[in-house]
Design a protein around this ligand. Structure first.
Ligand code: DP6
Length: 399
């Protein structure tokens, strides 16, 4: 091989999705390995609306590992980044030592440059660490030529990241082993399983920066006896019921379990001492709107779930999207006259009947919601084949 080719970096770009839990992960039994106190289940959101893109370059000429996140160079010595880098290199070395001839061993000692961007605003308060670490691990694995089970490595970046390694409906099985080898994500159903299911990310105007999930769950594990009860006596049965509801595409059962689990998670936050409040006035109004909407129709047509922040994620079926979105706009009159309020999958216009407005009967809350992203379930991480999409130039620096 000519000398200059040896110095040419190997560059790979991949994308990975955001996921939203319908059975929540909250609490670790091992902080270092990121092992949870209960199993959880999520829906992977479509990357057409929400994704992280990561480019990894590796070259003999790079002096050190480096990382750029959303345009800014960050500290590569962050312990969770180091865990992911170390585990991928360990796996690559093991495969090579096991005699996998397809593995190119030369690159193993080379340093990496990593560049990552989100296609959604970080300020939206959406869990970007899950997509970020899933994308990092998936891309590194491609660069070093390792395949197969990678969720156990993504988990060591951020717990919820392990579920972003698959598309569709995904469970994170908590596992029992001390070393965490059995704490892995697994696809329950692919994204094609329930095509009518729709997801609305309702971005609330945030009043303050909430407590981060890592430290929040530490305090909860230390102080909340409700969390202990939840992990031991509620979640195991709920996981079975949720998987069954997903498999049968039973929307009312899926919706009810989703809302109850979100409510119980936020109850454990209130049971934490000192208490943690993630839900805002706007979140409470969204909860009321959903329950009143369902009550008006005498059936569960819409469900909400909230993570460690005030944004709601709404699940519903395609046929109810236009009217429900209209109801949100009516009860949270936006700043603008409606344009830009809905992003993502197009939503057709629907009229709201006076009867429905009266039935819901809430006092409108102006500017409580910034915008809605309309999406659906989507696939897991993908390789981007088009080299013009790389985020790093051939000198290994960001474009
Ligand atoms: C409320 O995965 O962000 O979104 O493992 O400490 O990185 P670390 O926490 P993280 O926690 C997510 C918590 C949640 C619920 C969930 O996604 O299951």
């Amino acid at each position: 091989m000519p000398e200059n080719n040896m110095d040419k970096p190997k560059i790979v770009t991949c994308t990975a999705p955001v996921n939203i839990a319908v059975i929540k992960y909250w609490g670790k039994r091992n902080e270092e390995l990121i092992l949870p106190i209960n199993s959880s289940l999520s829906v992977t959101l479509h990357q057409d609306q929400l994704k992280t893109t990561t480019t990894v370059a590796t070259s003999r000429s790079f002096q050190e590992d480096r990382i750029w996140l959303n345009g800014k160079e960050e500290d590569i010595t962050h312990p969770r980044l180091q865990s992911c880098l170390r585990e991928i290199r360990r796996l690559a070395r093991k495969r090579r030592n096991d005699g996998d001839p397809s593995l190119d061993s030369t690159g193993l000692s080379h340093k990496v440059h990593i560049c990552s961007v989100n296609n959604f605003p970080t300020a939206a308060g959406l869990a970007s660490s899950a997509a970020g670490f899933a994308c990092l691990v998936y891309t590194l694995a491609r660069v070093f030529g390792v395949e197969g089970e990678l969720s156990g490595i993504a988990r060591q970046g951020s717990g919820s990241a392990c579920r972003s390694m698959y598309g569709g409906f995904v469970q994170w099985i908590m596992g029992e082993k001390e070393d965490g080898k059995d704490s892995l994500a697994q696809q329950v159903e692919p994204q094609t399983h329930w095509p009518e299911l729709r997801i609305l990310v309702v971005v609330a105007s945030a009043e303050r920066k909430p407590v981060g999930s890592t430290s929040g769950m530490q305090t909860s594990v230390r102080t909340s006896c409700l969390l202990k009860h939840r992990a031991q006596s509620v979640v195991p049965e709920r996981m079975v019921e949720m998987i069954d509801a997903v498999r049968r595409k039973d929307f009312p059962a899926f919706a009810e379990l989703t809302m109850k689990d979100s409510n119980q998670f936020h109850a454990t936050c209130l049971d934490t001492y000192p208490p943690i409040f993630y839900l805002s006035r706007v979140s409470h109004q969204v909860i009321s709107l959903v329950h009143r909407y369902n009550k008006h129709y005498g059936e569960t047509r819409v469900a909400y779930t909230f993570d460690a922040g005030p944004n709601a994620v709404i699940f519903t079926l395609e046929q109810h999207v236009p009217e429900f979105v209209q109801a949100v706009q009516h009860f949270f009159p936006p700043d603008t006259n409606g344009e830009d309020f809905i992003k993502g999958l197009p939503v057709s216009h629907a009229a709201l009947s006076e009867e429905l407005k009266r039935g819901i009967g809430l006092e409108p809350m102006a500017k409580g919601i910034n915008y809605i992203i309309s999406t659906k379930a989507g696939p897991g991480p993908c390789v981007v084949e088009d080299p013009t999409q790389h985020l790093l130039l051939s000198d290994g620096l960001p474009k």
